[in-house]
Design a protein around this ligand. Structure first.
Ligand code: ATP
Ligand code: MG
Ligand code: FE
Length: 339
């Protein structure tokens, strides 16, 4: 079946088309530039941008895939979690396409879609796998017996998400927004061992994370330099901060695999695009005999293909589609894959 997926949970209007595990189109319109001067996503601006971008992005995806609307067999849409107004635009559009075409509608969980997207690159997910989900709004470790129906939280951040920490530290260092890619780039020229920043909850025996202490430690360190009238070594601070984040993420991800007897680790979400996270995870998985799967960077950040990928999995699983009364749920729990 040909599945069209719609993503509007944050500032990306994404429309993907997949058949099984084959990616046919992944069209994206982003309002990120409109938010940059505010240093964060402005919900009303994002909703308005989704409205304007929705139809053109669907048309572009259809053209890229070389299909027409009548060829589509099912519609999938991000039902949550995310910005309420932004989600509503995608859900309303998906309902209209579903009703107009007479094709089933699947309201899906954005976080589960960040996991399912890897199937487009590396084929069927091993059952079970452990997923490290690290993005702008979330940082969790999940046990995933079946991404269509059974996703279990092992731990999560108790304060900031990893991506949020990247974005806040980038602001302290006067880098651009969103900060992740800027820190990633700056860190390549820096020495990760130049400063040791604290790793929150490193040895607490849980699968939880904490990044707000680290963020504050970086801000204090930079302030002290500035007060002393000394230049801030941006590349070194970026590298040392990034190392602290990826050290604790990979340590806990490997522990989650070992403790649960799981031999496959998947990393998803926007922060999975980070080059140092990818490298250190590979190194530590190799040492632990764990198979690592990370989608290519473009599939890690928000996109429509991931929603289509999860929709495709749900169609294959034979689960009943969503009701046309499907609500958008800004705080949809990870345990609810299909709404
Ligand atoms: P969520 O999925 O929790 O709703 P989100 O939808 O805001 O979050 P994603 O696209 O999944 O967004 O992730 C965006 C986050 O990923 C931002 O915080 C961004 O800084 C971060 N990010 C993107 N690329 C990189 C990178 N190379 N290194 C580190 N972080 C990155
Ligand atoms: Mg974004
Ligand atoms: Fe996301």
């Amino acid at each position: 079946p040909l599945v069209l997926g719609i993503e509007t949970s944050c500032d990306e209007t994404g429309v993907g088309i997949v058949r099984g595990h084959t990616l046919l189109a992944d069209a994206i319109a982003s309002s990120v530039d409109e938010h940059a001067r505010f240093g964060g996503v402005v919900p009303e601006v994002a909703s308005r941008a989704h409205l304007e971008a929705m139809t053109p992005t669907v048309d572009r995806a259809l053209a890229d895939a070389g299909v027409t609307l009548n060829d589509i067999d099912a519609i999938a849409v991000t039902a949550g979690p995310g910005l309420a107004g932004a989600l509503l635009v995608g859900v309303a559009a998906a309902k209209a396409y579903s009703l107009g075409l007479g094709k089933p509608l699947y309201g899906v969980n954005h976080l589960a879609a960040h996991v399912a997207v890897d199937q487009l690159e590396h084929g069927a997910l091993p059952k079970p796998c452990v997923a490290l989900l690290v993005s702008g709004g979330h940082s969790s470790l999940l046990l995933v017996p079946d991404v269509a129906s059974d996703v279990r939280p092992l731990g999560a951040t108790v304060d900031d998400a990893a991506g949020e920490a990247f974005d806040k530290v980038a602001r302290v260092l006067d880098l651009g927004f969103p900060g992740g890619p800027y820190i990633d780039r700056a860190a390549r020229e820096g020495d990760p061992g130049s400063v040791f920043f604290p790793r929150g909850k490193y040895d607490d025996g849980t699968y939880d994370f904490s990044f707000s202490g680290l963020k504050t430690a970086v801000a204090r360190w930079v302030e002290a330099r500035e007060r002393a009238g000394e230049p801030v070594p941006v590349a070194d601070v970026a590298a040392a901060f990034q190392e602290a984040v990826v050290d604790v993420l990979t340590k806990k991800a490997i522990a989650a695999c070992n403790d649960n007897g799981v031999s496959h680790l998947l990393i998803g979400g926007g922060v999975a695009a980070n080059s140092r996270l990818r490298a250190l995870a590979q190194e530590r998985c190799d040492a632990a005999g764990i198979q690592l799967r990370v989608p290519r960077p473009k599939l890690c950040t928000d996109n429509g293909a991931m929603v289509a990928a999860l929709g495709s999995e749900l169609v294959a699983s034979g689960l009943a589609p969503s009701d046309l009364g499907l609500p958008a749920d800004s705080s949809l729990p990870i345990t609810q894959v299909l709404v």
